[in-house]
Design a protein around this ligand. Structure first.
Ligand SMILES: Nc1ncnc2c1ncn2[C@@H]1O[C@H](COP(=O)(O)OP(=O)(O)O)[C@@H](O)[C@H]1O
Ligand SMILES: [Mg+2]
Length: 232
């Protein structure tokens, strides 16, 4: 806390809950629950692909994609199978119990979230998302940057420290969605940034720097993955 950079909030859960309280922001937050076996089961039933991540984390560390596949009703038991992807490695599981066992091994007792997996628009098959940096100055809040980050080939996380490539947001939106949508998507991300900052600052006075991670899915919908209070 404190310091010239402003107040810091580590918990992704706390920040997500704050944003969910605003009626115009909530539709842009992927459904999110605490990690429990029961919640994982229901989230996989509802969304088929989910991302599990540490409540307190950064740099894509510990972020795991989990998928469920149903093989149809013909086969008796064992109609479902599961897989998770951690960095470039995918593991498959024939039962939910085996999946949970492996996830708990990775979690090592840390608190995790489960989030609906967003099918991100891609550039050359690589998922892309966007970082909007917003900083408080004497003149009020100002944008420092809106940049695209393209995942390293084979990864689903776009974090730069995981080999992601930094690109101009206009280039990223043009290549992954359409050149015709650049202005609209950028202005929507700015609008969500202003709204979200208002909500967070009201609840947590003293925040001074925010880094928003936005995903745009293949249908063009904008999602907020997380808000960093200590953006790089
Ligand atoms: N719900 C999600 N659906 C799809 N991809 C996601 C989701 N959540 C995170 N990711 C991917 O993982 C990266 C890291 O997740 P993030 O929530 O930003 O945590 P970190 O604090 O580790 O950066 C994101 O930039 C994005 O590429
Ligand atoms: Mg992030």
């Amino acid at each position: 806390m404190g310091g010239h950079k402003g107040r810091q909030l580590a918990s992704k859960w706390v920040k997500t809950e704050a944003l969910l309280s605003h009626i115009d922001i909530a539709p842009h937050i992927p459904p999110t629950k605490r990690f429990t076996a029961e919640n994982l089961r229901s989230m996989l039933d509802a969304h088929h692909m989910v991302v599990v991540k540490p409540v307190v984390g950064a740099g894509g560390h510990g972020v795991i994609k989990v998928t469920k596949r149903s093989r149809g009703s013909k086969s008796a038991s064992g109609a479902e199978s599961y897989a998770f992807t951690y960095y470039a490695q995918t593991k498959r599981f024939a039962s939910f119990a085996a999946l949970i066992g492996a996830l708990n091994k990775k979690r090592k007792g840390r608190a995790y979230l489960i989030q609906k997996g967003i099918d991100l628009a891609t550039v050359d098959g690589r998922p892309i998302d966007y970082r909007v940096k917003y900083v408080k100055t004497e003149k009020g809040w100002v944008y420092r940057a809106i940049v695209g980050r393209i995942a390293k080939p084979g990864l689903f996380v776009t974090n730069l420290c995981r080999g992601g490539t930094l690109v101009k947001s206009a280039f990223g939106i043009s290549r992954s969605i359409s050149p015709a949508e650049v202005a609209e998507k950028k202005s929507k991300m700015r609008e969500l940034t202003v709204l979200s900052t208002g909500v967070l600052e009201k609840k947590y006075p003293g925040i001074g720097q925010l880094g928003f991670d936005y995903g745009i899915d293949k249908q063009g919908k904008i999602w907020i993955f997380e808000v960093n209070t200590r953006p790089q």
